[in-house]
Ligand binder design. Structure first.
Ligand code: 13P
Length: 210
């Protein structure tokens, strides 16, 4: 996608996520790959009111070259773009249900949400590693995320929230939404011993859609 269209697409994704309560205040950030670098939402911006022209542009080495000051979570996004070269977009949210799971799960856990529905498995995959707590914007989180991102398209940051990568911005947004719904189901059914998809059903999904 060309830069102008991608700027519009990020603003539209932010508006849509904010309007449906996936983001509040100035929480969350969105990035996408350009031919010659990356776009990322500016720090302290509301995802609900992004101005496409002011979205930050980074060069191929993640240096700020245009637009407003970039998100302090550039390192979080860079971890995915570098560890998963096919990544076209990354979405970080503080969405309520996924963040609740990020407060319950232990760092190092790999499957904090049970495989209850096909779309969770198709969009997120087998593993959703829980990464240790880091202060927002702490560059040290990059290494911790990158260590997991090679084998997982999404992580939960302990006591903070989800980070989700996709082959495109659209895929990343869809996966972030699916993760939030899966987290909601997991919490709704906590202790109720719901039926999980079997390893064979999960293999079938990943083989067919993965
Ligand atoms: P930024 O406003 O710097 O993007 O940070 C928001 C956020 O979600 C921190 O985790």
């Amino acid at each position: 996608m060309k830069e102008a269209a991608l700027r519009e697409a990020i603003a539209e994704a932010g508006r849509s996520l904010f309007a449906r309560g996936y983001a509040v205040g100035t929480a969350g950030n969105i990035s996408a790959r350009l031919e010659d670098g990356f776009l990322i939402t500016p720090t302290n911006s509301s995802l609900g009111t992004l101005d496409p022209a002011r979205i930050s542009k980074l060069d191929a080495r993640f240096q700020h070259v245009a637009g407003d000051k970039p998100s302090k979570e550039v390192f979080m996004h860079r971890a995915f773009f570098q560890a998963r070269p096919a990544t076209g977009g990354v979405v970080h949210l503080h969405s309520t249900m996924a963040t609740a799971i990020a407060c319950l799960a232990q760092p190092g856990e790999r499957r904090p949400i049970p495989p209850l529905t096909p779309y969770f498995v198709m969009r997120i995959g087998r593993d959703l590693p829980v990464v240790a707590y880091f202060r927002p914007g702490d560059p040290a989180m990059e290494e911790a995320i990158a260590a997991e991102a090679a084998n997982a398209s999404a992580v939960l940051l302990a006591n903070h929230g989800p980070v989700v990568a996709g082959a495109s911005l659209r895929d990343a947004v869809a996966a972030a939404e699916e993760l939030e719904e899966a987290a909601k189901l997991a919490l709704l059914l906590r202790g109720a011993h719901p039926r999980e998809l079997s390893p064979a059903q999960i293999d079938d999904l990943l083989k067919t859609f993965g």
